[in-house]
Each structure stands twice: as C-alpha cells, then as structure tokens.
Write a protein that binds this ligand. Structure first.
Ligand SMILES: Nc1ncnc2c1ncn2[C@@H]1O[C@H](COP(=O)(O)OP(=O)(O)OP(=O)(O)O)[C@@H](O)[C@H]1O
Length: 313
C-alpha cells in the first residue's frame, strides 16, 4: 500500500494577474506515490507548490481536483483516520505560549486520545535534546528549541508517516544532526518520511527518492542515485575577480566570486579555462569536483524554464 498517494491533484486559486474570474493553478495534475518505509524528498524553488501539497495532505487546504490518501485513508472523506496516521512538522513556529514543554506534549497526546504517554514523551525529549527543557515555558525557549518541540509534538502519537516541511530552515548544526539522527532511526524502524527542504545536501544524504516540483508540476522523479547519474559527471570550479563575457556567463553558475561550469570531459575543462584566459581574467583556486544534487536541481529547473506559471483557465 502507498504511504502517501496523490492522484491527479490540482489546486486553483483566483488569479492575482489574469482577467477577473480566471484561476491560477498552484498544483496542476500532480501524481505521486510514496511507498511505505521510504525516505522521500520533495524539492522545488519558492512557490513551486510544496507547502500546498503538504497543506492538502494535512487537511488544512482542499484540493480543487484529484484525491490524496495516507495509508489508504482519503484525507477528505476519511480525515480523522488519515490525520492519525500522519505526523506533520510545520514550517512555521506555531505554539501555545502558556504551557511548558511537557504539558504541550501531553495536550497534543490528548488530541489523539492517548493517555499515559509519558514514557514516549520522555524518549522524544531525550532524543531531541530537550530533556532539560521539559519544565521550561514555551515562551522561554529559543527558536531552535521551539522547533525541536514542534518535531516532538508531531510525533507524540507515533505516526507511521512523518512529514517535515523545511524542518532545518535557520537552525544550527547541532539541531540538524540531532534531528536527522532521530528521524533516520524512525525511518529504519519503518516510519515513512516525506521531507521538503531547500538544503539539497541534506536531501542528497537522506532521501532514497526525490521528486522535483516546478510551477505546480512534477518535473523530475527518480531515485537519488539515478538523478545524480544523469548529471554531468564533473564540475569545474574556480574564483575570478571580474565579470565573464556573456557567452560564458550563460553556461556558468555564479555565486559571488565563484564560477562553476558543468564539464563532461578534460577537453571541455580546458576549453573553459582557455576561454577565461582569453578574457584576461585569472582563474584562481581551480578545482574539479563531482556533480551533486544542486547541479541536478539547477539543470532540471533550467530545462523546464518554459513551464507556464499560473496557467489561467
Ligand atoms: N492562499 C493562497 N492564495 C493564493 N495563492 C496562494 C495561496 N497559497 C499559496 N499560493 C500560491 O501558490 C503557489 C505555491 O505556493 P507554495 O507555498 O505551495 O510554494 P512552496 O513550494 O511551498 O514555496 P516555498 O519554498 O517558498 O515555501 C505560490 O505561487 C503561492 O503564491
């Protein structure tokens, strides 16, 4: 059985730009099946539709068309069942400021009808590095600590399917490591994990399969290994002080002084370096590295530049 299944899912909003009455599709016929036990990554640029998919999954937003189910329970017609199977860590830090951490987790357990949950709550607090904060008021916690509580809250009912919407946005290295160790353990124990993130290194390290979403459509879907294989084998990377001519700029990825070119062969590498020399610029700290998921992502997004955003119908 699929852990999460999207079948022909679309979500329309009134178009902000088009003529009155026209609609804009934040999701446009999305089909996606995530199997039980997968660690699955959902990637896409800002506005691609990731949060919209998760909101529909969580029952916070209604699909305009199509069906979504969690372990066979339809999120619209069988909401209570579907919700019970899901643990969602939201992107935003929302919490009740009046309770301490343990109370917040007990209340959350109560929403799912679970009494005497303290043994699991203690394990969650321990695994997420919150043991010494159990009696701290939510207001006294730092942003990173609050995020840990949100993760614990999502997991109080031991959901078989865990959804993390950018859980590491703006959090420090220590929390990331604690969080990933814990989530990886839960995944090993059989929990399905769906992750959205802008940290492509994390997705590459953690996810067995990845979907890339752009303007409401899935534009790539494969195992992480296959996606990486499809990328150019190498990337030429160097630093320069100056601006490259347009014919080189079009092929490069620029981050400040760092210039990167996808390169398939030694000949191609030499070609780029000689083109740079011709401009009078000096390539410094030259290195050749293996292509990573960020290269694949940029490649897929560039190839799909023609996708029409917000099709008005
Ligand atoms: N309530 C709404 N009304 C109208 N448009 C909306 C609404 N919510 C989202 N959108 C639009 O739907 C599109 C998809 O948004 P969504 O938040 O799902 O993207 P995302 O992939 O999660 O982006 P990010 O990486 O920035 O979180 C965007 O163009 C957004 O402006």
């Amino acid at each position: 059985m699929s852990a999460i299944s999207f079948t022909s899912v679309s979500k329309a909003y009134p178009s902000p730009k088009g003529p009155k009455g026209s609609t804009f599709f934040a999701l446009d016929g999305v089909n996606l099946d995530i199997q039980e036990g997968e660690f699955f990554g959902l990637l896409g640029p800002n506005g691609a539709g990731k949060t919209t998919m998760i909101s529909i999954l969580a029952g916070l937003s209604k699909a305009t068309a199509g069906t979504v189910s969690v372990l066979g329970s339809n999120v619209q017609t069988d909401f209570a069942q579907a919700r019970r199977k899901l643990g969602i860590v939201p992107q935003e830090l929302v919490f009740d400021p009046f309770f301490n951490v343990r109370e917040a987790l007990r209340i959350q357990s109560g929403y799912f009808g679970i009494k005497n949950n303290d043994a699991w709550i203690d394990e969650l607090l321990e695994s997420l590095g919150l043991a010494d904060k159990a009696n701290a008021n939510m207001r006294q916690l730092s942003g990173g600590m609050k995020r840990r509580v949100l993760v614990a809250q999502a997991l109080v009912h031991k959901p078989p399917v865990i959804v993390l919407d950018e859980p590491t946005a703006g959090v420090d290295v220590e929390l990331r490591q604690t969080l990933w160790q814990f989530i990886a353990r839960l995944n090993k124990e059989g929990h399905t994990v769906l992750l959205t993130t802008h940290y492509l290194e994390e997705a590459e390290a953690l996810c067995g399969r990845i979907a890339m979403l752009k303007t409401g459509r899935i534009v790539a879907l494969d195992s992480t290994t296959e996606l990486l294989k499809a990328a150019s084998s190498n990337v030429l990377r160097f630093k320069i002080d100056g601006v490259l001519p347009t014919h080189l700029l079009n092929k490069a990825r620029i981050t400040g002084r760092i210039v990167q070119f996808p390169a398939h062969s030694a000949v191609e590498i030499e070609h780029y370096l000689s083109e740079v020399r011709k401009t009078g610029l000096v390539a410094q700290d030259v290195e050749i590295r293996k292509a990573d998921l960020e290269d694949v992502f940029l490649d897929v997004m560039t190839k799909n530049k023609d996708s029409v955003h917000g099709v008005s119908r």
